[in-house]
Design a binder for this molecule. Structure first.
Ligand code: HEC
Length: 247
C-alpha cells in the first residue's frame, strides 16, 4: 500500500512539474489563436516602434503618450502566445527572446536605450535566440492601463471596419490581438481589491475573450452580421466590468 501511495505522489509531483501552472496562459493558445496573425502583428508593432524613434521629437511624443510601453507590451503578449503555440516555432521568430526584448524596451526612457531595445526586438523577430526561458507569468507582460488603451484603439478600428465590412478577413487580426490581451487581462487581477470579486473578474475576462475570439472567426469567414453581433457583445463586457471595477 505504502509503495502505491508513494508512486502516486511521485506521479502527482511529476505531473505538477510538467504542467506549467504559473507560466501558461489561462487558455490553450493553439486552440484559440492564429500563429501567423500573431507573428504579423508583432512585426507591425516593431515597425510602429521604429517610427516612434525616428528622431528626438517623435520619441518625445511617444513617451508623452506612453506608446513605447503600450506597443512593446503588446509585443510581449503576442510573443508569449507564440511561445505557447504549437505553430509558434514555424513562425521563425525566437518568441521567448522577443518577449524579453520587448519587456526591456517597454521601460526605455532614453532614445538610445529604446534603439538598443528595438534592435534586440528585431533580432528576435528574425529568429535570433538568447536563451530566454519559455515560462513567463501572464500578469507581468503588459501594464493594465496600457492594455486598456490598446483595447480601446482596436475596438475603434473594428467598429469602423464593421460599419463598412469590406476588409473583414484582413482586419480580423485586431480580434486576434484582443483575444491575446484578454488572456493577459484575466491573469492580472491586481485591480480586484476584494477577493470575493475575483470570480467576476475571471468571468468578464473570459466572456470578453470568447466574444472577440468568435468575432475573429466570423470576420475570417466574411460573416458581417455575425461579426457585428459578437462585437457588440464584447463591448457590453467592457461596460459591465468598468461599472464594477473602474467607475
Ligand atoms: C475584466 C474587467 C475589464 C474589462 C473586460 C475591460 N476593462 Fe477597461 N478597465 C478595467 C479597469 C479595472 C480599469 C482601471 C485600471 C486602469 O486604468 O489601469 C480599466 C480602465 C480602462 C481604460 C483607462 C482609461 C479610463 O477611461 O479610465 C480604458 C480606455 C479602458 N479600460 C477601455 C476598455 C475597453 C475598450 C474594454 C473593452 C474592449 C475594456 N476596457 C474592458 C477593467 C476592465
Amino acid at each position: 500500500m505504502k509503495k502505491i501511495a508513494l508512486a502516486a505522489s511521485a506521479f502527482a509531483l511529476i505531473a505538477a512539474l510538467l504542467l506549467p501552472v504559473d507560466g501558461a496562459a489561462p487558455a490553450k493558445v493553439t486552440d484559440l489563436l492564429d500563429a501567423k496573425q500573431l507573428a504579423t502583428e508583432a512585426k507591425a508593432k516593431a515597425v510602429k516602434l521604429g517610427e516612434s524613434m525616428a528622431d528626438e521629437d517623435a520619441f518625445k511624443r511617444a513617451l508623452e503618450f506612453k506608446t513605447i510601453a503600450t506597443d512593446a507590451g503588446v509585443i510581449a503578449c503576442l510573443a508569449q502566445a507564440l511561445v505557447e503555440h504549437e505553430q509558434g516555432e514555424a513562425s521563425g521568430i525566437a518568441a521567448a527572446s522577443l518577449r524579453d526584448a520587448a519587456l526591456t524596451l517597454s521601460k526605455a526612457k532614453q532614445l538610445d536605450d529604446a534603439k538598443t531595445g528595438l534592435a534586440a526586438v528585431e533580432a528576435a523577430l528574425a529568429g535570433k535566440k538568447t536563451g530566454a526561458a519559455s515560462d513567463y507569468p501572464w500578469n507581468k507582460l503588459i501594464n493594465m492601463h496600457r492594455m486598456m488603451e490598446e483595447m480601446e484603439y482596436r475596438e475603434g478600428r473594428l467598429r469602423r471596419t464593421l460599419r463598412r465590412p469590406r476588409t473583414l478577413e484582413r482586419d480580423s487580426s485586431h480580434a486576434t490581438v484582443l483575444t491575446v490581451l484578454a488572456l493577459a487581462m484575466e491573469a492580472d487581477t491586481h485591480e480586484v481589491k476584494d477577493e470575493k470579486n475575483l470570480p467576476k473578474w475571471k468571468t468578464w475576462s473570459q466572456d470578453y475573450r470568447s466574444n472577440v475570439a468568435k468575432l475573429g472567426l466570423a470576420m475570417k469567414a466574411n460573416k458581417a452580421e455575425e461579426a457585428s453581433k459578437y462585437f457588440e457583445a464584447s463591448n457590453k463586457v467592457c461596460a459591465d466590468c468598468h461599472a464594477q471595477f473602474r467607475d
